[in-house]
Write a protein that binds this ligand. Sequence first.
Ligand code: GP9
Ligand code: MN
Length: 428
Amino acid sequence: SSEDLKQVEAFLDKHRTMPNMKYFGKAKGKNVFVIHLESFQQFLIDYKVNGKEVTPNLNKFYANKNTLSFDNFFHQVGQGKTSDAETMLETSLFGLPSGSVMTSYGTNNTFEALPALLDQRGYTTASFHGDVGSFWNRDNTYKSWGYKYFFSEDYYQNKTNYSIGYGLKDKIFMDQSIKYIEKLPQPFYAKLITVTNHYPYELDKANQTIEKTTTGDATVDGYVQTAHYLDQSFGEFLDYLKKTGLDKTSMIVAYGDHYGISNNHKKAIADLLHKKEVDSYDLAMFQKVPFMIHFPGLKGGINHTYGGEIDVMPTLLDLMGIKDTHMIQFGHDLLAKDRNQTVAFRNGDFVSPTFSKIGSTIYNAQGEVVTDKLTPEQAKEVKEQENYVDDELSYSDKVVTGDLLRFYKPTGFKKVNPGDFTYNYKRA
Ligand code: GP9
Ligand code: MN
C-alpha cells in the first residue's frame, strides 16, 4: 500500500547522503557506455600467469589518470546473478532472496529506472547483448525500465564459430555493435553485456592466447583464458572509441557483475591467490569486482571506499548532474563523503572497513575473528550495521514484491508505459 511506501521513504530519508560537489555534474551531457564484464572479479586486475598479464587493457584503463577505480567494490547478487546485477545497477533495488526480480517482476512492476530517467532528459537509451532477448526476461524488463532499443542476438550476424556458450563471442559482439551505436542520436546511454567469460569458460583454440592456470581444478583453470579474451575485446572497443573521438564525448563505465569462481572451489582459489588456504573472510573479499568510471578531465585514482552494485545508479546520477534527492534508491553515491560503507550481501552478511559479518562470525578489518572480543561500543556498532543491512534488504524486497512504486508520484517523473516499446526494428 502507499503506507508501506511511506515507511520505505522514511527509512531512505534517514540515510540520504549529499552529493560530492567536486564531482556533481562533471559528466553532464556526455554519452554513457556501461560495459558489463561478465563474471569478472577484481583479483584479475594486474594478475599474471607465467609472467603474462591476463588483462592488460583493463589494467591500463584501471590505472589511467582519468579513471576513477574502486578497489573495495563488491558484487551483491543472489540467485539472479547477471539479472540481479542489472537490477541493482539500473534501479538501485536489490535482487530478491531467491529467484530474479527481472524474471518475476520485470514485466509488470513499476520502476524508476536509469534508462527512463535518461530518456526523459533527452538521452537515447540502448542495451546490447549477444544472447536471445528473452534470457532473464530482458525483453520485457527493459520495456519497464524504459529502454528505447534492445539489440539482442537477432540483430547480429551469426556464422559458424561466432558463438560459444550463451552467445556471440565478445570480440564479434563488440565489433558488430558498432554499426548500431553509430546510428544512436547523441547523447546516448548504451549498455553492452558481454558473455564469453562465463562458466564453464570455454573458448575456441584460436582465441586461447594465454596459458591456463594450473590449479588442477578443470572448471577454474580456463577462467583466465576467457578473461584474457574479454580483455582483448574491451581493448578493441576502446580503440574504436578513440578512432571515432567518442572517447572524448563519453563517460565509460566498466564493471564486473559477479564472481566467476564460486566458493565451491576453495582449494583452487587459495592456489590462485598464492595462499595455503582461504577462510570465510578471504572468500568474502574474493567477491570484489571492478568498478571503473572514465572520461576526459575526470580526476581519477584508486578510491578505497567500500561499496557495491546497489550504489552505481546514485553515483552515475550525481556525475551526470541529475538530482536524486527523492528517488527510491537503496544505494548511495560512492563519491559522497558521509556515506555508510556497510556493504550488504544478499544473504544478510556484510563487509565494511570496520567490521564484517559472515554467517554468525564477526571479523575485524584485518580479517581476524572478533565475535567474542567486541567491546560494548563495538558490539553496538555491529548491531547497528546488522540492523541497517536487514532493513535495507527487507525494505527493498517490499518495494519489489509489493510493487510499491505504483504509489510513487515524484515531481518531474513520468511513469513508463512498456507498451510504447516493441524492439522490432529493422536489422542492420
Ligand atoms: C546470458 C547471461 C548470463 O544472457 O547474461 O547470465 P548469468 O548466468 O551470468 O546470470
Ligand atoms: Mn553474469
